[in-house]
Design a protein around this ligand. Structure first.
Ligand code: ZN
Length: 57
């Protein structure tokens, strides 16, 4: 069943990036990027990484 995700990998990355962007938090929270150390502000880094991965072929 997990093999099917590779056919939709680009869509998955785009949707994940959209999910992070749409979150109303400022710097990342358990809803959008998962657990993190408080105050690190990884939201922009996660979003940038997802967008770069989505653009790679
Ligand atoms: Zn969030």
């Amino acid at each position: 069943m997990s093999e099917k995700i590779f056919d939709r990998w680009d869509e998955l990355l785009r949707r994940a990036a959209d999910h992070v962007s749409a979150c109303r938090c400022a710097s990342g929270c358990p809803v959008c990027i998962g657990a993190q150390e408080a105050g690190i502000g990884m939201k922009q880094d996660v979003n940038s990484l997802l967008r770069v991965l989505a653009e790679e072929k």
